[in-house]
Design a protein around this ligand. Structure first.
Ligand code: SF4
Length: 235
C-alpha cells in the first residue's frame, strides 16, 4: 500500500503526532471518563496513565492490528495499547505463538515487548464508557488513525479486532475514495480494499473468550491466514 500523509494535520512523524495525541482533550466525555475510571480500580496502586494511548510496534511493518479503544485497567492504566489486562494476555500470547511478538505477555511499557513486522493501535485513543465510543468521538479521533495508517508505507494486511475496529478502517477507506459497499464484519472473512487485505477477527475480550465465541485455536488460525497472505505478497 502506498500512502501519502499530505492531508493530515501536518505532522512530520509518528513521534510528532504522538506528542500531540497524548495531550488531546478534544472529547470532553472521554477526558472525564479516562480520569475518573482509575477510581474504580483501587487494587492497582500505581498512578493510571489516564490519557490518550498511542499505537505501538513497527510502523514500517506490513501488518496493522486494529482494536477498538484502550481498556480501563489495560491501556488506560499502563499507557500502552493492549497491555496489562486479560484481552492483552490472550492477544499477545496468540501473537507470540505465530511469531508476531518476541514474548507471550504484555504487562507494562518497559517489559521489553516487541512487535515484528506489525503495528498495533486502537480506533479511538481514549477509553470509552462501556467500550462504546460515540460516532462523533470516533470521527474526531480518526485524524490520528488516518495518520498512523498513511505512515505505514509497507502495509499489506489489516486485522480488525471486532466490528467497531472494522468500521473504523472501512470509514478510513471511504474517506480515501474506496467503494466499501457490501463490506460487513464477519469473523474469518476478509476483503481487499485500497490495495490491502482487511481481515475480520473477533475482539479477544474476556466476554468473547469466556463464552467460547472466540477460541484460541480459531484466533491463531485467523492470524496464520494473515501471515500466509502477507508472505504470499513477496512472491
Ligand atoms: S478520543 Fe481521540 S480525539 Fe477524543 S480526546 Fe481522546 S485522543 Fe482526543
Amino acid at each position: 500500500m502506498r500512502n501519502t500523509c499530505t492531508d493530515s494535520a501536518g505532522w512530520k512523524s509518528i513521534d510528532e503526532m504522538n506528542s500531540e495525541l497524548i495531550e488531546c482533550v478534544a472529547c470532553p466525555r472521554l477526558v472525564k471518563f479516562r480520569e475518573e475510571v482509575a477510581q474504580r480500580y483501587k487494587r492497582y496502586r500505581e498512578r493510571f496513565w489516564s490519557r490518550p494511548v498511542p499505537g505501538f510496534g513497527d510502523i514500517s511493518g506490513r501488518i496493522l492490528i486494529l482494536g477498538l479503544a484502550p481498556a480501563p485497567a489495560g491501556g488506560n492504566r499502563t499507557g500502552r495499547v493492549f497491555t496489562g489486562d486479560r484481552s492483552s494476555d490472550f492477544l499477545v500470547s496468540c501473537l507470540h505463538e505465530v511469531g508476531i511478538t518476541n514474548k507471550p505477555t504484555s504487562e507494562s511499557r518497559d517489559d521489553g515487548l516487541q512487535y515484528r513486522d506489525a503495528y498495533i493501535t486502537a480506533a479511538v485513543k481514549c477509553v470509552p464508557p462501556d467500550n462504546r465510543p460515540e460516532r462523533e468521538e470516533m470521527e474526531r479521533c480518526s485524524r490520528y488513525l488516518d495518520y498512523e495508517i498513511c505512515s505505514m508505507g509497507n502495509l499489506k494486511a489489516v486485522v480488525a479486532l471486532g466490528s467497531i475496529a472494522f468500521s473504523a478502517f472501512k470509514s478510513y477507506a471511504k474517506r480515501r475514495g474506496a467503494d466499501t459497499r457490501g463490506m460487513r464484519f464477519e469473523h474469518g472473512k476478509s476483503y481487499s480494499v485500497l490495495g490491502v487485505r482487511l481481515f475480520c477477527l473477533y475482539h479477544p475480550s474476556p466476554r468473547n473468550v469466556n463464552t467460547g465465541k472466540l477460541t484460541r485455536d480459531a484466533f491463531i488460525r485467523g492470524l496464520k491466514e494473515v501471515l500466509q497472505y502477507v508472505s504470499a505478497q513477496d512472491k
